[in-house]
Design a protein around this ligand. Structure first.
Ligand SMILES: [Zn+2]
Length: 119
């Protein structure tokens, strides 16, 4: 009795902690990237492990900041090339310059994000 509830509550708490850890790890990755890209990649690996273990979603903010194939932390203009394409549908093409992996994301959301970043 009450055990199930406790477990649920515990899980919610775990997920919350996991989300905070993922956020911290990606923030660290961004911070250390300029002088230690390898360390940044380590942080990404750990963040992804935490995310997978806790079965949480990655915040949209960080979703496109790493390569889906080699898990490198990506910085546009440094180790990632970002291009906008309108055909066959508006999308952003992000190419990881470490491994050459190409990722595509619908464009409309990106536009909204850009706007938010500016403010
Ligand atoms: Zn890659």
């Amino acid at each position: 009795m009450g055990k199930k509830f406790l477990r649920k509550k515990e899980q919610r708490e775990k997920k919350k902690i996991a989300r905070e850890r993922v956020e911290t790890l990606f923030t660290l990755a961004e911070r250390v990237f300029p002088y230690s890209p390898e360390l940044a990649n380590r942080y990404v690996e750990i963040a992804l492990a935490v995310q997978q273990k806790a079965k949480i979603r990655l915040p949209r903010k960080w979703k496109r900041r790493y390569c889906k194939r080699c898990h490198s932390f990506l910085v546009p203009g440094v180790n990632a090339r970002v291009r906008l394409r309108s055909k066959p549908y508006p999308h952003v093409v992000i190419k990881c310059l470490n491994c050459g992996h190409i990722m595509r994301y619908p464009y409309l959301r990106e536009k909204k994000e850009k706007r938010r970043e500016k403010t």
